[in-house]
Design a protein around this ligand. Structure first.
Ligand code: GTP
Ligand code: SPV
Ligand code: MN
Length: 609
């Protein structure tokens, strides 16, 4: 099928936003789709798209009595996670991408992309999705438009962001700037060629142009590679906007806590992918009298308010949560939200009654399943039923414990920041930073064992500054300097207290030293008590750890030996940790802020090294 000339497409465009009409025309002329559809974001449209995806075999409709209006998708086995090795920051100068990013000269990259996208939507429909990250009634709403040839992406974006006609009209009214985000699965269809359930391309390109604030994604249909409002916009491009405009775009959950004394606190926490953000965000407190409400589980945009207080909003509208490990016994709030329906599951297993299952959902394992690759599965099978990076995609307003402040464009004041990773050794359950700069040092040296959320080896310890390693859209040293410089805008007395946590330390027998999940309430209580100055701590070279008896363990069945393991600061472990930090900092070269080099020197001195 031929394509309409650019001018015609522009004239037919369903928008008065000239910049948008022109861009859509250009993209159509390059990618040559059969049809163009402007996404309105309506319920009817979502039904139409999901019906179509069911007919095409991309989605399986789940049993509506178990999961109403919910679907399962199964990806190509070669397209199951973010591809960090194929992710690029193409700043004008290589220096500005920094050592943590892949870089290519923007002009050279544009040549490659033009070739890849040429005709890439042949035989497909091109969807135009106007979206906004964060509240539409924000003072300065952050607009984007994703063009994609994947209906699965449209249906998922409708859950994860505010999309459609309302957004488009607001963009038009203010002739607003928007981030152009072009996505193609890179699988054009020849006339008459049958489609596959999960089209994608062996070759993947996830590319960001920070100066131009644009995104190009080719070849993958999965998660952060394809739902471009999420990691590509709300972290990589937004981190650059934040640097330029004086705010922070972070990989953090936002949690509201109310103490038995009826005092409220807001905690932000940065943990790397698949290290516990969604679980902590949906915490079910195990201590009587404590109440938890959620505001966000993955991304947090923060700025200092008029009174020098740090305020946070969640720019997303949905949860894109790790399925394995999510169960009624570990995360009942997520399970309840999912059970309301309106969800898309990807790469989970199917039960014989048309429901979904994954490892850790129930203590009892079903006797028969269809695994994520469509094979029969029984408990005797030697492979997991669900892919380790299988996900549920669910509207956040289905979470019963959602704070009403989620909808407030002013956001909430953050009182504590947690940095955390997945470490079998070395890092205690909780450590309070000595002060703000020391807290930034803790964040900058954060480390974690890699997970299935990205392709590549799993379980390898790597440094992951502020859990942002794969998401900092510019030079990592400049990013740390931005954190340090920003606090000049703060009321120093209202700066959040910073803590380092580790739910994943192991005992000699290989088990977790700390029960985690709901029991993390006890750590949060200690955090709150430290803010109030009522909990005792022991000063160690790495910071303040709970004194014996200062963690509330009422009703908890944990052995003193395990607890000691969880809290221990072991000098022999820190010897190699210090060497690791030293090596990590050396990689920053000149761009390491001197305050942080100073912090490392002080830490070594406190260890007598
Ligand atoms: P992304 O969505 O990839 O950013 O991940 P996330 O940081 O939101 O991680 P999530 O909460 O989904 O947890 C990832 C895995 O860690 C799941 O399998 C959880 O069951 C497990 N997990 C989360 N919290 C805890 C905890 O406190 N203790 C233990 N042992 N496991 C946990
Ligand atoms: C992460 O990897 O941190 C995620 C999943 O939240 S994805 O959207 O694929 O990036
Ligand atoms: Mn994440």
């Amino acid at each position: 099928m031929g394509h309409a000339p650019v001018q015609e497409i522009v004239e037919q465009a369903m928008t008065t936003h000239k910049g948008l009409a022109a861009w859509v025309g250009e993209v159509a002329a390059l990618t040559l789709p059969d049809h163009i559809r402007w996404v309105d974001g309506s319920v009817e449209e979502q039904a139409l798209l999901t019906d179509h995806l069911v007919a095409e075999g991309t989605l399986t409709r789940l049993n509506p009595e178990l999961f109403p209006n919910s679907f399962a998708a199964f990806s190509d086995p070669k397209d199951v996670a973010r591809v960090e090795g194929r992710t690029f920051i193409c700043s004008e100068n290589e220096r500005d991408a920094g050592f943590t990013n892949n870089w290519m000269d923007p002009a050279a990259m544009k040549d490659i992309l033009n070739e890849k996208f040429a005709g890439s939507m042949r035989g497909r429909t091109m969807f135009v999705i106007p979206f906004v990250m964060g509240p539409l009634d924000a003072e300065d709403p952050k607009f984007g438009v994703e063009i994609t040839d994947s209906a699965y992406v449209v249906a998922s974006m409708r859950i994860m962001a505010n999309i459609g006609t309302d957004v488009l009209r607001k963009m038009e009214d203010t002739n607003a700037f928007f981030v152009p985000a072009l996505h193609s699965v890179g699988a054009p269809l020849a006339p008459g060629e049958a489609d596959v359930a999960w089209p994608c391309n062996e070759e993947k390109w996830i590319v960001h142009f920070p100066e131009e604030r644009s995104i190009f994604s080719f070849g993958s249909g999965y998660g952060g590679n394809a739902l471009l409002g999420k990691k590509c916009f709300a972290l990589r491009i937004a981190s650059v906007m934040a640097r330029d405009e004086g705010w922070l775009a972070e990989h953090m959950l936002i949690l509201k806590l109310t103490s038995p004394a009826d005092k409220t606190y807001h905690v932000a926490a940065a943990f790397p992918s698949a290290c516990g953000k969604t679980n902590l965000a949906l915490l079910e407190p195990t201590l009587p009298g404590w109440k938890a409400e959620t505001l966000g589980d993955d991304i947090n945009w923060m700025r200092f308010g008029k009174e020098g207080e740090l305020r946070a909003v969640n720019p997303e509208a949905g949860l894109f949560g790790v399925a394995p490990g999510t169960g009624w016994h570990t995360n009942p709030n997520a399970m309840a939200a999912i059970s309301k329906g309106n969800s898309i599951f990807t790469n989970v297993a199917l039960t014989d009654d048309g429901g979904v299952w994954w490892e850790g959902m129930t203590k009892e394992v079903p006797t028969h399943l269809t695994d994520w690759q469509g094979n029969d599965w029984t408990p005797e099978s030697d492979r997991p039923a669900a892919h380790p990076n299988s996900r549920f995609c669910t509207p956040i307003d289905q979470v019963d414990m959602l704070s009403k402040d989620y909808f407030n464009p002013e956001g909430v004041e953050i009182n504590a920041i947690l940095f955390g990773g997945r470490r079998k050794t070395t890092i205690p359950l909780v450590t309070q930073a000595r002060d703000w700069t020391h807290g930034i040092f803790m964040g900058s040296t954060l480390s974690s064992e890699t997970t299935a959320a990205a392709t590549g080896a799993v379980g390898v310890v790597r440094r992951d500054p502020m859990a942002m390693l794969p998401f900092i859209g510019y030079d990592a040293g400049d990013y740390l300097k931005h954190w340090i410089d920003l606090s000049a805008k703060a009321d120093q007395a209202r700066l959040p207290k910073i803590f380092l946590v580790n739910w994943f330390r192991r005992t000699a027998d290989g088990g977790f030293a700390w029960p985690g999940f709901g029991e993390n309430t006890r750590v949060l209580k200690w955090v709150v008590d430290r803010i109030e100055g009522t909990a005792e701590a022991v000063e160690t070279p790495i910071g303040f750890v709970p004194a014996v008896g200062s963690l509330d363990l009422t009703g908890l069945d944990v052995s003193p030996a395990d607890l000691a393991d969880a809290l221990r600061v072991e000098p022999s472990e820190w010897e190699s940790e210090l060497a690791g930090i030293q090596e990590w900092y050396a990689r920053f070269g000149d761009s390491l802020p001197e305050q942080l080099a100073e912090e490392l020197k002080d830490l070594k001195a406190r260890f007598g090294a």
